[in-house]
Design a protein around this ligand. Sequence first.
Ligand code: ATP
Length: 914
Amino acid sequence: MFYKQMLQSNFQDKFMCAQEGWTEDKLHLTDIYTELYITAGYDVHINTQHEVRQIEKVWKPAEPEKPIRPTDMFKHPSGDYRPIKTVMTNGIAGIGKTFLVHKFVLDWAEQRSNQDVHLIFPFTFRQLNPLKGEKFSLAELIHECIPETVGIPQEALNYIFTDVQSSGITNYDKSKFKLLFVFDGLDESRLHLDLHSEDIRSVDVTKAAKTDVLLRKLINGKLLRSARIWVTTRPAAANQIPREFISSTTEVRGFTDQQKEEYFRKRFKGKEEADKLISHIVTSRSLHIMCHIPVFCWITATVLEDVLKTREGGELPKTLTEMYAEFLMFQIDRTKEKYGPEKSIQYIKSLAKLAFEQLEKGNLIFYEKDLRESGIDFSEASVCSGVFTEIFKEDRGRKGKDKMFSFVHLSVQEFLAALYVRMSLINSNKNVMLSPPLSLKILRLLFSKISSKKINKISIDRALQSSNGHLDLFLRFLLGLSLQTNQDKLQSLLKKTDCRSKTNQKTIQYIKEKLSENLSPERNINLLHCLNELNDRSLIEEIQQYLSSGSLSTYELSPAQWSALVFILLSSEEDLHVFDLKKYSASEEALLRLLLVVKASKTALLSSCNLSERTCEALSSVLSSQVSSLTELDLSNNDLKDLGVMLLSSGLESPRCALKILRLSGCQISEEGCICLASALKSNPSRLRELDLSYNHPGDLGVKLLTAGLKDPQWRLDSLSLEHSGAQRLKPGLKKYFCELALDANTANRKLKLSDNNRQVTAVTEKQPFSVHPERFDVWLQLLCTTGLTGRCYWEVEWKGFVFIAVSYRSVRRRGNSYDCRFGGNDHSWSLRCAEDESFSVWHNNRETAIPSSSSASHRVAVYVDWPAGTLTFYRISSGSPIHLYTFHTTFSKPLYPGFWLVSHGSSVSLCSL
Ligand SMILES: Nc1ncnc2c1ncn2[C@@H]1O[C@H](COP(=O)(O)OP(=O)(O)OP(=O)(O)O)[C@@H](O)[C@H]1O
């Protein structure tokens, strides 16, 4: 207890202050720390190759996923008690892993949480790397790396460790001494961490062993079995620790929109100032999206703070290029005073060269030799790397003793690379974009005179040729740097400006041409970002106009406009939690165009959108994609057939598929499709929890296989619906929901004559010999059918004269002539009025809604009720196909009875057989 208090007190001093970037004046951690969005699970939501580019597609907070509080790092995400030994926390560069560890330790040290822990030993791999191969006992290693522990004598540590080791207890919660070892930054590790390698030698915890061996044994549980281990890492290195050694995985996913706001409120204490900045960031989409990475928030806050201070009433940077240009100038200004303007400018120029040359090669980490090649004197660089640590940081060496370098964030490298291209053009009239691949077209361009326009074109073409988009952000910056305003900011680096608005107009035109070609959606989106950097919003504004005028299905969108729509949806303020295709256009074409949005959404509602097998192929690739966020997919009421399900199954089989809910109700699926589904789920049983296959025809084998899966403890499935199945469900379209109806003679008004086995009714003048019945309509010429409907039902009727085709609750009044008795005259019935002149209108609650007139002379009407979904739709049947008339959306509370009102004598209605 004494040692605990001592360590807590020492850690308070150490972790209270946070070092951010270059700041010499340290800030109190709790003053700047903003809660991060942390989730449970193995999924790494970011493409490891280039996190920034992926964010927009990927990062949408997951609704069903409960965020984890930092203090709950060692609780099982399910909420149930399970012993937890090792937690691995993933997250991309700059997302806040180190900050999280510091906050956790500080909360413990200041006795806010996790007080069950007796001692915490926070290591970083950066500290451990130089000790590789050296021999230490565990206590010595702790003293070496964590000076705050020095007050705990080695004997005391050895006593505790020996006790833990010899007790044989494996459960942390049962251990007498509760210990936590933290290892931050596994991605930086140079240690030999093969956890399977057999370390035969003794497990005497007091004996010295090589650092690598100690670490290995701690992580694989050979040493101090009950001690807890917490490892943080960037995703690329996560697989260094095999799954079997990890009890729980979490992922730091940065800031949610709300947390971004909190961050800026903490940074800017004045409310007015904070409001201004937040609203500025929210309206500059690219900035807002990027701000999900805390380190980018810091860049943004740094720049905006400076702009506010130094330029009263000045424009705040809106685009990424503006922001990075400001950031760079801010760095140069700060260091100019210390080291002189020339040196800092010269250094930036060399770094820009390095950034460009290495980006061309696809390198993100560089060695001394690379620095030399770019003209950076290494010894000088090490002086200057102190100056520009926040741009260029000396990195962990993994190759022997070679020093490694990288930019503080890949986006900084991309910005500097773009700057290098512009600088070479403006300052030395040189085109540096010479390296292959050179198409003939580019070659031709190269032999003509160099100009900004040509460089822009070459860069656009090069970026479009890249299959993984490695030049996308570079291109955005390069084009952004062709704006006068940005060049003005960088005056100290650019000799003169070379902006001509005509040139930029031509570039904009060229981008728009490219957008109308059939490029991949990702490339198109980047081109739209480029337009944004060039301050051209014409395409986006067009689409926004369409969107505000209602459904898009009325417009014929060009490929460029579709891309603009994707761009808007991906970067919209509205959450992409739920993507509802019908909001835009219920068609397959629309879905295929908006596939990127589906990928970024949590839930995709695609029911009743006339989708076919073709869609399934595309969706299957979404499901198996590394960056898909989709956990719920509703494909009900589309005739996908067995082939569609087979195609979809290949996506379901993928270990990357994160789908939890799949609705395939009414999709014409037979036994074959179900067999395929069952086998896909068998090979990937750990995800899907809910499967809706109602209104299909699974056959005996389909039912058997799927229900067996439901009982299989390996499967996560806990809800399976196979209701309303049968061969009839294999009929196309709405016909699969056809139900046989019969008119209820007991409800028929006396002036209605029933015939054709109670399937036809005619309004007549003479009273019919019906018995007295309390359910009979006595005034209006109405009647109901016998069956109350609660599922999905479809029927067709032929009509003559002037009739109302209705559905009603059984409770509709039968006596008298009030509206309460008339179909559509009250709130418990809905009706379609079919008049002699073939005009239609709908009635509900005594309110009429007219339906635009149609030309056809057909007298056949179809009714489709989806009771659970609360929809009632009327169609006119023309040449055998349903033409939509009207849909009511409501919540039905009681069974619905089809009914008819025959207004004029001689009118008739007959129920059709299908
Ligand atoms: N929770 C937070 N609140 C406020 N600022 C934060 C937070 N997390 C991170 N930051 C800011 O982002 C910067 C980078 O965070 P941090 O070093 O924790 O990232 P990381 O995930 O460990 O990155 P890397 O993998 O590159 O080491 C911090 O210096 C700080 O400015």
